[in-house]
Design a protein around this ligand. Structure first.
Ligand code: HBI
Ligand code: FE
Length: 303
């Protein structure tokens, strides 16, 4: 999640000024033995809640990944055992971090096939929707697709591309590609529209909203269009982008973004709830949800 200055002010959660951990890569111990029975019970409730609604809503590759990883429904997985399984399939591993970490550290990990996962578990009263990644989002939402070779290669390639983008001041544009695919992406599969983004597949509220609600726009994925589209990480999305096939990530993994940055230089950003005449729109959303929930986060924070 890209936190720019104004979002940072609004954010309920800001990146701590100094690392919560001593190492520069923000890696901490998961301290699996310190999870409480309440935290494991919260995992179990979230796992069961999501598993009741995945069929017919998440993509085939996600279900295949869940089957491969055999993540326990009853307790928070240990990152070591998760890494053992992932290493065998796609060479990925999980490392524990305190929560959201700075972009350059985050993408450095991805570039090395290390998924930096928040190790904290949300509170029992935060079951429906969480604004920042916790262990359930980062494991249940992200790990299944890391067993898929296309996604595994894409996310590593994306990490490398992001480090390059940081060096030329273009991360804002590139981060949008990550956000509108790996976090909130939809894909048109033979049996219908399915979710693959982790923010969706780890949230009961966002799964039904992204796929079935009349409120959001649903627009055919177009790389340039997505790179121009603003995003907001602390609520449901105003627009979801739809890929034709997860194999599209193979092409994206090899993409040279440099010419695209040049082409987009000087172009206007597109508002996260807007549509343009060149969009291939699958649903013009009513925007009802966001009209009703316009309370600025700031009001919440200062209340
Ligand atoms: N840190 N732990 C963590 N998890 C994320 O998903 C994350 C992050 N830092 C930056 C970041 N995401 C964003 O840049 C992307 O989501 C676009
Ligand atoms: Fe995430």
């Amino acid at each position: 999640m890209l936190i720019n200055i104004d979002q940072k002010k609004e954010a309920l959660f800001t990146i701590p000024e100094k690392p919560l951990c001593t190492t520069s890569d923000w890696i901490i111990d998961q301290n699996w033995n310190q999870y409480t029975s309440t935290e494991h019970a919260t995992w179990k409730v979230l796992y069961e809640q999501m598993c009741k609604m995945l069929y017919g809503r998440v993509c085939d590759e996600f279900l295949q990944g869940l089957g491969i990883l055999k993540i326990s429904p009853d307790h928070i997985p240990s990152f070591d055992s998760l890494s053992d399984s992932l290493m065998k399939h796609t060479g990925w591993q999980y490392v524990a971090v305190p929560g959201l970490i700075p972009d350059e550290i985050f993408f450095e990990h991805l570039a090395n096939r290390r998924f930096p996962a928040a190790s904290f578990m949300r509170k029992p009263n935060e079951l429906g929707y969480l604004e920042v990644p916790d262990v359930f989002h980062d494991v249940f939402g992200h790990a299944p697709l890391l067993t898929n070779p296309f996604m595994a290669d894409f996310i590593q390639a994306f990490g490398l591309a992001a480090l390059n983008a940081i060096s030329i001041g273009k991360l804002d544009q590139l981060a949008r590609v990550y956000w509108y695919t790996i976090e909130t992406g939809l894909v048109q599969q033979k049996n219908g529209l399915r979710a693959f983004g982790a923010a969706i597949s780890s949230s009961a509220k966002e799964t039904t909203f992204a796929l079935e609600d009349k409120s959001p726009n649903r627009i055919q994925f177009d790389l340039e269009r997505v790179m121009r589209t603003d995003f907001y990480i602390y609520d449901l999305q105003e627009t979801y982008f739809v890929l034709n096939d997860l194999e599209d990530f193979l092409e994206l993994a090899r993409f040279d973004f440099l010419p695209l940055y040049k082409k987009l230089d000087g172009t206007e950003d597109i508002g996260r709830g807007d549509t343009t005449e060149s969009d291939l729109v699958l649903q013009y959303g009513t925007g009802a949800y966001h009209l009703k929930n316009q309370t600025p986060k700031l009001a919440l924070v200062t209340a």
